[in-house]
Each structure stands twice: as structure tokens, then as C-alpha cells.
Design a protein around this ligand. Structure first.
Ligand SMILES: C[S@@+](CC[C@H](N)C(=O)[O-])C[C@H]1O[C@@H](n2cnc3c(N)ncnc32)[C@H](O)[C@@H]1O
Length: 418
């Protein structure tokens, strides 16, 4: 590992390079194995147990900390989490392996053979790049996080393809020879909380913008404002089983289309995925039409990418009012880009009428969804006091200017769907 910087940027729940070295020693591996059996034990008792046999308090605490991180990491990394080291911040910010693998395959397919990962964290993206056959320079300002990335690369047998550098992204980027592509996934957490303002990213937005002229991929928060996106970049929103997990800007020769929604379905952590993509320019308006028998609620990636019009075209749908992204169709359609409902009853929106309708249908379990209307679903559910044996979905929206409640049932998800 190369050290090109002084002190790092100081992450929360940090791990030091010394702890990484300690955990990778034989005694460290034994302590980790022992700690894995104690993750659900009270912390003090677990540390006490680990200290028996002469382990230092530092080793016992570090091993238990890692064992607990690995347990949490299993949600994102699957069984593979047990081989990796993490930091608290690094785990929270790490790209899901399925998303990282997809990005890496796209870079490799574009002919890239070398990538500089300017904010590598614990190395989830860097590992995916290396697995896709790319040579990786992985940079992180935090020495402990960089040490974790280097340890993970070594554990996975990828150390010959991943060189880890401790340093500031901007400084390292200035010094590295040109060639290959740049990937940057800036820190979007500060003081243990998420930051939403790109100016508060680390490195900041200004630096990220300086990368957009060349072959670069930038990972951003899904809430990024379209108005901030420079002309000529591709903005891709990615969702995993219905949750929008990131926006990625593909820059320079890597840009394909103005806007892309990528929907990954059927993805238990760490396993292969089904993916579907919808593309467009993100500026079209969907046609407005009457209420029809089926309602399709676009996936968050489609909504964020402003591709509702493209989805409307693909499924023969229309919206009920400009700017309100529920799509209506006459026929049932199989699409990975939306969740479908069959509408059973249409009511002008009124709590009293809705309560009566639910009572008449003996509905006790209500799922409330809303679009284009300001209401608090929990407060509405409390006012409805549902108490029957059945279940229903209520979608509250505006149709041709009128607040409307739709009683519906969800259509079965398409095979492999969310
Ligand atoms: C969002 S995480 C990267 C996660 C990584 N892509 C993964 O999937 O594991 C951002 C990382 O950037 C690092 N960082 C923040 N500011 C930096 C800077 N100016 N230069 C280099 N690294 C920086 C943080 O220490 C953190 O580890």
C-alpha cells in the first residue's frame, strides 16, 4: 500500500491500519473466529470471553467490532461478508456487490482496462472492477479504510490487480498518469449522518464536476437535482428490488444516453441479478388520459430519471394529470419498471367515504399509497380505523384536478420481479 498523504479525513467508527494488521495476524484470525460465535452476547461479556487465553483488550475489542460489522454486512454482501473487513462508515457507504459488478462490466465492455477509484472505501467497487479484469488504483484519504480495502483485495486474491494508495482524491488524481477511466464515489456522510447537498460531499461537487469532461463514472445520491447535471453526461438511476440506491453519472466517451433507469430484481445479497433498463432524454411529458382499469406505479429509478413518458409509451399507458406519475392502462402488462394494481372502486377522496367503503368490504389491513397529493398515510390509516378480516390497497391521487381514492389489489409481480 502506498502512503501519499498525511492524516486521513477521519471517518466515524474508524479502524486503524494497526488494527487491520493485528486482525490479519494468525492470532487476529483466531480472535475473529471466536468473536463470530459471540456477536449476540452482551458486549462486555463477549470481550471478557475473548480475553481469556491471553488476548489483549485491543484485539478482543477489534475482533468483536469486526464480527458485529460482518453480521450487519451479510445483508449487503451475503455469505462473502465473513471473509471481509469493514469500517462502520465504509459498510454503510459500500456499493452493493450486484450494483458494483454491473458497473464494472459496463466499464470493461466500454474497453476500459484501467480505473482509478478515487474514493475506494472498504473496496466494494474496486473489487468488482478487478473481478471484471480491470487494473485498479484504489485511493482513500482515510488510512484505516485504505488498509481495510488492501486487506480485502488480498483476502480475495486480487492484490495483484488493486494497488491501494492513501491520499486525497484531488492530489492523487493530479499526480497519476493519464489513461484509463476515473471512478469516484464521494463520501456522503459527515458526523455519522447522510449529507444531501453535493457541495458537502467529500471530495466536493466542484472537484467531481472537474472530472466530467473525460472518461469518468461518478456515484451520487439518488436525490441529485437534474439541474446540477452538466450537459452531455449520462445520468443513470439504479434501483434494487424497488429501492433506488444510487445515481451514476457516466461522462465523456462513457456516456450513452441522457437518462437511464436500471432496475435490478431478484437479488439476494451477492448473487447474480436480473436487470432491465429504460432509457430516454428525461424531458418528455407522458400523455394525459382518463382513469382506466389498471394502475402502474413506476419504479423509483424511472421516476428519478424522469422517464415516466418512456414507460407510458412502453406499456400503452397514460397519466391522470400532468406531473402525477401513476400510469393507467386498459390491459394488464408485464413490466419490471412498475408495480401493477387492478382498480376495484373509485371514490372522490373523503375519509368518511373511504371508511365506509372499507367497512363494506370488511377490510382490516390497508396499504396506503399516494401521489400528487399532500397527506400523511399513517394519519389517514388511523382515521380510517380499519377493522375487518380482508386487505386492500388504497391509492390516493389527483385525477383531472380531483383528489381521488382508488381501492385496488396488487397484481402478481412478474417472474423475478420485485
Ligand atoms: C462512499 S465511500 C466509497 C465506497 C466504495 N465505493 C465502496 O463501494 O466500498 C467514500 C470514501 O471516500 C473517502 N474520502 C472522502 N473524502 C476523500 C478525499 N478527499 N479523497 C479521497 N478519499 C476520500 C472516505 O474516506 C470514504 O472511504
Amino acid at each position: 500500500m502506498v502512503d501519499a498523504a498525511g492524516p486521513g479525513c477521519g471517518t466515524i467508527g474508524a479502524v486503524t491500519p494497526e488494527q487491520v494488521t493485528m486482525l490479519r495476524s494468525e492470532a487476529g484470525r483466531e480472535a475473529l473466529a471466536a468473536a463470530a460465535t459471540l456477536v449476540d452476547t452482551d458486549r462486555l461479556a463477549a470481550v471478557e470471553r475473548l480475553r481469556r487465553g491471553g488476548r489483549s483488550p485491543e484485539l478482543a475489542a477489534a475482533a468483536l467490532g469486526q464480527a458485529r460489522l460482518r453480521q450487519r454486512a451479510a445483508v449487503k454482501f451475503g455469505a462473502g461478508a465473513d471473509r471481509l473487513l469493514f469500517t462502520d462508515d465504509g459498510l454503510q457507504q459500500a456499493t452493493r456487490p450486484a450494483v458494483a459488478a454491473r458497473r464494472a462490466r459496463r466499464l470493461a465492455a466500454a474497453g476500459t482496462d484501467r480505473v482509478v477509484d478515487l474514493c475506494c472505501g472498504i473496496g466494494s467497487d474496486a473489487i468488482a472492477f478487478a473481478r471484471a479484469g480491470l487494473r485498479v488504483t484504489a485511493v482513500d484519504a482515510d488510512p484505516g479504510t485504505a488498509a481495510v480495502a488492501a486487506a480485502n483485495a488480498e483476502t480475495l486474491g486480487l492484490a495483484d490487480r488493486i494497488e491501494v494508495v492513501v491520499g486525497d482524491a484531488a492530489a492523487v488524481h493530479r499526480e497519476l498518469p493519464a489513461g484509463g477511466a476515473v471512478f469516484c464515489d464521494p463520501a456522503r456522510r459527515a458526523g455519522g449522518r447522510r449529507v444531501f447537498d453535493p457541495a458537502a460531499y467529500s471530495p466536493p461537487w466542484e472537484f467531481l464536476l472537474s472530472l466530467t469532461g473525460g472518461p469518468a463514472c461518478l456515484k451520487l445520491g439518488p436525490g441529485i437535482d437534474h439541474a446540477l447535471l452538466p450537459a452531455g453526461v449520462e445520468a443513470e438511476w439504479v434501483s434494487v428490488r424497488g429501492e433506488v440506491v444510487e445515481a451514476a453519472l457516466w461522462c465523456g466517451p462513457l456516456a450513452g444516453v441522457p437518462r437511464r433507469a436500471t432496475v435490478l430484481t431478484g437479488t439476494p445479497a451477492g448473487t447474480p441479478v436480473e436487470a432491465a433498463e429504460l432509457t430516454g432524454d428525461g424531458t418528455r411529458e407522458a400523455p394525459v388520459g382518463p382513469l382506466r382499469r389498471y394502475l402502474y406505479e413506476p419504479d423509483g429509478a424511472v421516476l428519478r430519471a424522469h422517464l415516466v413518458a418512456e414507460l407510458a409509451e412502453a406499456i400503452g399507458g397514460s397519466i391522470g394529470e400532468p406531473g402525477v406519475g401513476y400510469l393507467y392502462t386498459d390491459a394488464e402488462v408485464a413490466t419490471p419498471f412498475a408495480r401493477g394494481y387492478e382498480i376495484e372502486e373509485v371514490l372522490p377522496y373523503s375519509v368518511k367515504r373511504l371508511r365506509a367503503a372499507l367497512r363494506a368490504r370488511d377490510v382490516g389491513v390497508v396499504t396506503i399509497k399516494k401521489r400528487g397529493i399532500a397527506l400523511d398515510p399513517d394519519a389517514l390509516r388511523r382515521s380510517l380505523k380499519p377493522s375487518g378480516a380482508g386487505a386492500a390497497t388504497v391509492l390516493v391521487t389527483r385525477i383531472a384536478g380531483a383528489p381521488t381514492a382508488l381501492l385496488a389489489h396488487p397484481l402478481p409481480a412478474p417472474p423475478g420481479g420485485a
